[in-house]
Design a protein around this ligand. Structure first.
Ligand code: GLU
Length: 289
């Protein structure tokens, strides 16, 4: 029932999420992104979800999961429990891979990082995307018996999406609505044949994030502009897997005094160290105005 005075527009009852990987303590850039998602939900009578993206067993650690919760609570955020941890849902990702494999859209890739670099060096005109040289497609052209042979030998392989084959099945261009940048046409080929199941873990960021946003009913995917290009691919995966299509809001990245983005590799200031040094939540939040 409509509530008097309550705004009803397309944002009403939205669901947003913050989806960190527990590979370290949160820094101030994460705080900005988490608050962006949280405020967007709360300003619109919506729900906010915290999801832990921990498929990378080699880099993710339980103490960082606890640290994320501690830091976000300190900032004043709350979320629905239990929070989804991707590592507990590998069956979901396996089922999605089976769907894509059944449609003939995946192929095994036996290349090492070094194989790929060498192949790219041999073919300097190899296609490049926004994040550098694309996978040159070496394993796409292996024959079925060659694939079989290498699998039987026990060679490790990743599963890659055959993007050209997937695009050939579209009967209309894929588009998405981006609240920051307007309507976008998706061109997943700019990322090449991405890995959807890694050699060391039978899933990938792209697969898990896209499936989870659907399974959790996310209506607004808010995240940093650094992931803008990934959305081209996510839009294709949604189409291939028959998933709901959210709206995206890629927000600018928070920059430090030198104009550089905060990132783990810059040893950016973590929320924990700021707190330990006496900062209050409002000191952090006021930096975002
Ligand atoms: N887990 C990703 C990260 O930590 C973010 C996922 C997303 O927002 O799409 O960078």
């Amino acid at each position: 029932m409509p509530v008097a005075g309550h705004m009803h527009d397309h944002l009403d009852g939205i669901v947003t999420r913050f989806a960190p990987s527990p590979t370290g303590r949160l820094h101030i850039g994460h705080a900005y992104s988490a608050l962006f998602a949280y405020n967007k939900a709360k300003e619109n009578g919506g729900r906010f979800i915290l999801r832990i993206e921990d498929i990378d067993a080699g880099r993710c650690r339980p103490e960082f999961v606890a640290g994320i919760a501690e830091d976000l609570r300190w900032l004043g955020l709350s979320w629905e429990e239990p929070m989804r941890k991707q590592s507990e849902h590998m069956d979901d990702y396996r089922a999605a891979l089976d769907t894509l494999a059944g449609a003939g859209l995946l192929y095994p890739c036996f290349c090492s990082r070094r194989d790929i670099q060498e192949e790219i060096a041999r073919a300097p005109s190899a296609p490049h995307g926004p994040e550098g040289a694309l996978y040159p497609g070496t394993c796409r052209s292996l024959s079925a018996p060659e694939r079989q042979d290498r699998m039987e030998k026990g060679d490790a392989y990743a599963l890659r999406l055959d993007v050209a084959a997937a695009l050939a099945r579209l009967d209309a261009p894929l588009v998405w609505e981006d609240l920051a940048k307007g309507r976008q046409e998706a061109h997943p080929e700019i990322l090449g044949d991405v890995v959807l199941a890694r050699k060391d873990t039978p899933a990938s960021y792209h697969l898990c994030v896209t499936l989870d946003d659907h399974l959790q009913g996310i209506t607004h995917v808010t995240r940093g502009e650094d992931l803008f290009h990934a959305t081209h691919l996510h839009r294709l995966l949604q189409h291939l897997l028959g998933l709901n299509v959210p709206v995206w809001h890629h927000h600018p990245l928070l920059l430090d005094e030198e104009g550089k983005r905060f990132a783990k590799r810059n040893h950016a200031v973590t929320l924990k160290s700021l707190r330990d040094a006496g900062s209050l939540p409002e000191d952090i939040i006021s930096r975002f105005d």
